[in-house]
Design a protein around this ligand. Structure first.
Ligand SMILES: Cc1cc2nc3c(=O)[nH]c(=O)nc-3n(C[C@H](O)[C@H](O)[C@H](O)COP(=O)(O)OP(=O)(O)OC[C@H]3O[C@@H](n4cnc5c(N)ncnc54)[C@H](O)[C@@H]3O)c2cc1C
Length: 328
């Protein structure tokens, strides 16, 4: 087993995606504690620019993998490319962001390599020199601590928006290596026909420092304006519970929770949201949670740092006015 922590970078339009940058940041943290080397691995052509840039900014080695066949993403091509590469590298650990792509190919790759895969982790712990991982189960009702038996390499995927991105404060000569792999000529089961752009512009709430979120307690689309007003004056992102997006008061991209976005802003203001487990999964890692609800027994108060028991129709205009005054 080598001393490498390999970070698999996911990219689009020649840029690493955010969760890959967060994986690098976690890799950096672990490399210091465990005395390992971080290596970023990306697959595809025309990645030299991003590889050079990341390497000089982080000081990490970057390996660009290409194959004689096209490297467009399909689970089969990525598994084929990474199987032989990872087998020869035999790293200590492979870190990857938890994304749709990851879910699509990493379980298959882990199966091919007979390596374990601990998915969607939100923290790590080192106890008696042993690295362990924390992940949620049962829709976030429980946190599980998982350790790998033995010392074989394994995969870990990390939840988006948890680890943040590092300041590296380095500017070194880039170390970029290109590996062209010769792969066995297996028949490909899928081929990429077309990339269809999402019709909605993606609203990324994972980067918002403040989120004002509204729930069914708002009562109607018109009343939701109260949330938009407060968000505007605070310069905040707008979040919603599922009934809000199901009723088309707001588009699906704003939904927070197990079937929406997972966020961890500095401040999360939950208004008229009861705090169902599927919502809490998406926001309970926020640094400070303020809940406004007329029901003093609403479960949201169990995760809230500050709770206001009362009628949001009275409270929200007051908060918006105060925030507006403070801005002046
Ligand atoms: C598979 C699955 C996935 C799901 N995924 C998600 C998800 O990703 N995100 C999500 O949010 N939900 C999700 N849900 C739905 C979830 O179970 C809850 O139904 C939902 O979160 C409830 O939304 P809510 O809190 O806005 O509404 P409610 O539970 O109806 O709560 C409304 C709250 O508003 C308060 N209220 C009413 N009027 C006022 C007032 N005037 N002033 C102050 N407070 C007031 C009430 O006291 C109440 O607590 C999912 C469910 C399933 C089964």
């Amino acid at each position: 087993m080598s001393d490498q922590i390999i970070v698999l970078g996911e990219h689009s339009k020649g840029q690493l995606n955010d969760v890959s940058l967060e994986s690098l940041s976690l890799g950096k943290e672990l490399s210091k504690v465990l005395d390992k080397e971080v290596v970023l691995v990306v697959i595809g052509r025309e990645l030299d620019e991003v590889a050079q840039e990341v390497s000089s900014r982080t000081g990490f080695r970057v390996i660009v993998l290409t194959a004689q066949k096209n490297e467009y993403y399909t689970p089969e091509t990525y598994c084929e490319i990474l199987y032989s590469f990872l087998l020869s590298e035999n790293p200590y650990l492979v870190l990857v962001g938890h994304s749709y792509q990851t879910i699509d190919f990493v379980p298959k790759l882990a199966g091919m390599l007979k390596w374990a895969f601990i998915s969607n982790c939100l923290n790590y712990r080192i106890q008696n020199g042993q690295l362990g991982w924390v992940r949620q189960v049962f829709n976030g009702k429980l946190n599980l601590r998982v350790e790998i038996k033995g010392s074989s390499p394994y995969f870990v995927s990390i939840q988006q928006g948890i680890f943040g991105t590092s300041d590296y404060n380095v500017q070194v000569s880039p170390r970029v290596y290109h590996h062209k792999l010769v792969l066995p000529n297996l028949p490909l089961k899928r081929k990429l026909i077309e990339v269809i752009k999402n019709v909605h512009e993606k609203i990324d709430l994972t980067k918002a420092e403040i989120i004002v979120a509204g729930g069914r307690g708002l009562g109607s689309k018109e009343n939701f304006q109260l949330i938009l007003d407060l968000a505007k004056v605070l310069g905040a992102g707008v979040g919603a519970s599922r009934p809000v997006t199901d009723s088309d008061w707001l588009s699906k991209e704003h939904q927070i929770g197990s079937s929406g976005q997972v966020v961890s802003p500095k401040l999360y203001i939950a208004c008229g949201i009861s705090g169902a487990i599927q919502h809490l999964v998406g926001m309970s890692n926020s640094e400070c949670i303020v809940a406004i609800n007329k029901d003093p027994h609403a479960p949201i108060f169990q995760v809230a740092d500050y709770g206001i028991v009362g009628d949001l129709f009275k409270i929200l205009p007051i908060l918006t006015a105060i925030a507006g005054e403070m801005k002046k």
